[in-house]
Ligand binder design. Sequence first.
Ligand SMILES: [Zn+2]
Length: 274
Amino acid sequence: MTQKILLIVGIGHSGSTILDMALGCHPRIIGLGEVSKVLRTPLAELRGPRYQTDVCSCGAIARECPFWGKMLTWLEDHHQLGLEQKYQELVDRFIAHYGNDRVMVDSSKTVRPYQAWLNQHHDLRAIHLTRDVRSWIDSRLRGHDHRDKGGTLRLAARWWRGNLRTERFLRRHHIRARNLGYEELALRPHVMLNKLCDWLDVDFDPGMLAPAGTGSHIIRGNRARQNSSTMSAIQYDSRWMTSSRLMLQSPLLLPLMQRNRRLVYANTGGAGRK
Ligand SMILES: [Zn+2]
């Protein structure tokens, strides 16, 4: 049986948590977070304390989550199987749990070969989510990730390479995909979520605009999910606009602007302009 699966791809820190939470508030859409991370969990970690203490976005401890609990035990017993077999088991369990008329969301972000397999066996669609390169760099420079110590140019190269790899992968495997900008989503959530629902063939649900009430089961994904008070409305993080460091260095980013416009503002009319 084919399952409708929505993949959220792109580089990290591009707003996938907000998108995940918003989509998960739709009664016909179920978010499962970064599925490939769960399926690739090493045996020692499956047996370890991680899933005994981590909380799912549904509120239950991962091991007791009505969706993931039994799947984690199954993964432990079948750890020798390949990723594709594990994924098929997940889909079968999803259909048994929810029926065949829901959309499953996998926000694994990184493009990987199993997604080409999914495209051959299921009804796969992908959202390539991108954050404006200026806002992405600024948020990385403010973060505490040691990989971000290289400064603006190195971060710009990471943004460029990661998004290029994603675009090429989707094209090479003929995956039905659309571009979505974090800025489009956060600044015009009503318009953008309407368009996405249309594309997914489901009716728009106003509950998506207040993502705190998610019905998703996310055990691997951004930690912001656990702080539901910050997610009661979709808000745009605009701190980069007042960064003088970024303003001084912005000429360095000029060569990236065309791709930036095409990826981030595709739905709001920026794509055609030079
Ligand atoms: Zn759960």
